[in-house]
Design a protein around this ligand. Structure first.
Ligand code: DOR
Length: 431
């Protein structure tokens, strides 16, 4: 059995409340021992990680992988490589592919292709409604049995409250989580950015914050009514955070995530007319950014999820109104979180790692997000000192659509280990 010894790193494991310098011995695909000064022996491969941070592997709750159907934007292989480079040992993939993942057959197809590469764990999310049309709910029991980790019509709002109620009710029977993309389409209309002074100044149609908040409120109330499990995707507004905070205080079963672009950028970024700033929900105001950060810090928002949404260059190189929304986020998530959440002191190291690993694992109900002895060795190593400019040309993702091009960021993942095997070292995939 292979043995890998990670020596002298700062071990940060929120599942055990550990944040101290220790060694980790990996045997085969499991964590065999976590202790101070584990003695190296001949048969072990030993890596000195002095100055590095060792965490449970990151898990991204919200990834658009595009295969099948949109392989010109991203494939399972390129998306998996981007995940591994970003330090993610697991990604939950949204079903808005072509065909949409709304039946057993399509789910089997994703699983078969995902397992071919063995780079990162892929957890497929199935659609809440057939064809993501928001009308007829899918077969949750069959989908769960076929491997769906959760349900979502992400990319689209479920317009009918009646359908959402049924979905929550039905999903509860199978203990399935519903991930909600909150946006009242009748209010969002043809908006392409946040509605506010910038949209007026730029002459672009706006999406009011209320379009998101009304549905967050509706879905949480429906979860309360049905006792179903709801997860709010990509929260972007201050009132949205507040609604979730109040619901949690009331004991309603709700979890929520925020994307790096929503805690780093504001609608001012759209002034460049760079279509890489176009994303749904849109970039909001500085008060919203502050509220998202506070929400992550006090646990109102449970997880950091990228909403990785790769698009082809030619699709983004059009007028702002015509460009598809989305940001390629897997490869910049950690340094953005490091620089904008950890370094300024908004989140402690334990809190940051909880948002990237332990809590997403709990939300999905998977036995990951921990460095406990005996658990699967899915591990991310961070170099807190590494400073690098974001270079989209170096992305493994086919989607180079990032508004962070040229930004100098600190705190990058330098090693990703899945099942005890090194999959990425110093930013490069290990073959
Ligand atoms: O910006 C976004 N892009 N938001 C979504 O909800 C969907 C995603 C996509 O699929 O491109």
């Amino acid at each position: 059995m292979s043995m890998l010894l990670l020596k002298n790193g700062l071990v940060v494991d929120p599942s055990q409340g550990i944040s101290e310098k220790m060694d980790i011995l990996i045997q085969g695909d499991k964590i065999a021992k976590v202790a101070k000064n584990i003695e190296a022996s001949q048969e072990m491969k030993t890596i000195d990680l002095t100055g590095k941070v060792i965490t449970p592997g990151f898990i991204d709750l919200h990834v658009h992988i595009r295969e099948p159907g949109f392989e010109h934007k991203e494939t399972i292989l390129t998306g998996s490589m981007a995940a591994v480079r970003g330090g993610f040992t697991g990604i939950a993939c949204m079903p808005n592919t072509n065909p949409i993942i709304d039946n057993e057959g399509n789910l089997e197809l994703i699983k078969a292709r995902a397992n071919r590469y063995n780079l990162t764990n892929i957890y497929p999310i199935a659609a809440v409604t057939k064809g993501q049309k928001g009308q007829e709910i899918t077969e949750y029991g069959i989908l769960k049995e076929a491997g769906a980790i959760a349900l979502s019509d992400d990319g689209l709002n479920i317009e009918s409250a009646q359908v959402m109620r049924k979905a929550l009710d039905y999903a509860k029977i199978f203990d399935l989580l519903i991930i909600s993309h909150c946006e009242d389409q009748s209010l969002a209309g043809s908006g392409v950015m946040h509605e506010g002074f910038m949209s007026t100044k730029l002459g672009l149609a706006g999406i009011p914050a209320l379009a998101e908040e009304m549905i967050i409120d509706r879905d949480i109330r429906l979860a309360e009514l049905t006792k179903g499990k709801i997860h709010i995707a990509h929260v972007s507004t201050r009132e949205g955070v507040e609604i979730i905070r109040r619901a949690k205080a009331k004991g309603i079963k709700v979890t929520a995530e925020a994307a790096p672009h929503h805690f780093v950028l504001t609608h001012e970024a759209v002034a460049s007319y760079d279509t890489n700033t176009k994303v749904y929900p849109p970039l909001r105001e500085k008060e919203d950014v502050a509220a998202i950060i506070k929400g992550l810090a006090d646990g109102t928002l449970d997880a950091i999820a990228t909403d990785h949404a790769p698009h082809a260059r030619e699709e983004k190189e059009v007028e702002y109104e015509l460009a598809p929304p989305g940001i390629s986020g897997l490869e910049t998530a950690l340094p953005l979180a490091w620089q904008y959440l950890y370094l300024p002191g908004h989140l402690s190291l334990l809190e940051l790692v909880a948002c990237l690993s332990t809590k997403p694992a709990q939300i999905l109900g998977i036995d990951r997000g921990t460095l406990q002895e005996g658990k699967v060795a899915d591990i991310t190593v961070i170099d807190p000192q590494k400073t690098e400019k974001v270079d989209p040309q170096s992305f493994y993702s086919m989607g180079r659509n990032t508004p962070f091009k040229g930004w100098e960021l600190q705190g990058w993942p330098v090693m990703t280990i899945k099942d005890g095997q090194i999959k990425m070292e110093n930013g490069r995939i290990v073959e």
